[in-house]
Design a protein around this ligand. Structure first.
Ligand code: 13P
Length: 247
């Protein structure tokens, strides 16, 4: 059985005080279920308080970060080392988000290095892949995504969680039709071969309380990576409550 994961990617949102307020609103609305992993990928500055609050309340939320460097330490101004995340109780880390690729020069090669370093420290990467509108219009969805996957997963023994996030569906309200998301996830699973069968595959891009049921109903969708709608504790609780244990 594959595990179900509902992950919120807060991006560059929420101070420590806002994180605390989120948890206070979220906790009473969320019904945790065995076999459904709920993850909050917060800014680095909120990770310690998130871990501390979770430990104090027993809320079964997993902590995630949004980037990780591959070196142990070094002269890499503005980056964060895997061991630093582990010390803060981090379990997951988003790697290769399209915003990092677009705005911060992330390449498949650096994504690969980040995936391997994260895994070497016991972190579970959430590897993001996805095509632009132009690539989709040129009929290059699969070839693009397979290329991203092959390069990001070079010399990676254990597959990370993989999130399919079509760039044109991120923050636009233009959700990929659930059946199309399912089709692409099936192609990804097939491309991963023997290793794909029990890999957790997520969909991300304009996931909301209003479309979560239809998205999770798709056979290949093991969960979601939620941006904007994860900032609202009420809506994120609705999304988390819609999930069921693995397929
Ligand atoms: P939105 O849910 O805001 O479209 O963002 C998706 C995303 O990028 C999650 O990583």
């Amino acid at each position: 059985m594959r595990s179900t994961t509902i992950a919120g990617n807060w991006k560059m949102h929420k101070t420590q005080a806002e994180t605390k307020a989120f948890l206070q609103e979220f906790a009473p609305r969320w019904q945790p279920q065995g076999g459904v992993e709920v993850v909050l990928c917060a800014p680095f500055t909120a990770l310690a308080m998130l871990s501390g609050a979770i430990a104090a309340t027993g809320l079964p939320v997993a902590v995630g970060a949004q980037n990780v460097h591959w070196a142990e330490v070094g002269a890499f101004t503005g980056e964060i080392a895997p061991g630093m995340l582990v010390e803060l109780g981090t379990k997951y880390v988003v790697v290769g988000h399209s915003e990092r690729r677009q705005f911060f020069g992330e390449t498949d090669e650096t994504v690969n290095q980040r995936v391997r370093a994260a895994q070497a420290h016991g972190l579970t990467p959430i590897l993001c892949v996805g095509e632009t509108k132009a690539l989709r219009e040129q009929g290059q969805v699969e070839s693009w995504i397979f290329g991203q996957l092959d390069r990001a997963l070079a010399d990676v023994a254990t597959l990370p969680v993989i999130a399919y996030e079509p760039i044109w569906a991120i923050g636009t309200g233009d959700t990929c039709a659930p059946a199309e998301a399912n089709r692409v996830l099936a192609a990804i699973r097939n491309h991963l071969g023997d290793r794909g069968g029990d890999t957790t595959l997520l969909y991300g891009g304009s996931v909301k309380g209003s479309n979560i049921a239809e998205i999770l109903a798709q056979a290949e969708v093991d969960g979601v990576l939620v941006g904007g709608a994860s900032l609202d504790p009420q809506e994120f609780a609705q999304i988390a409550n819609a999930a069921r244990p693995g397929k």
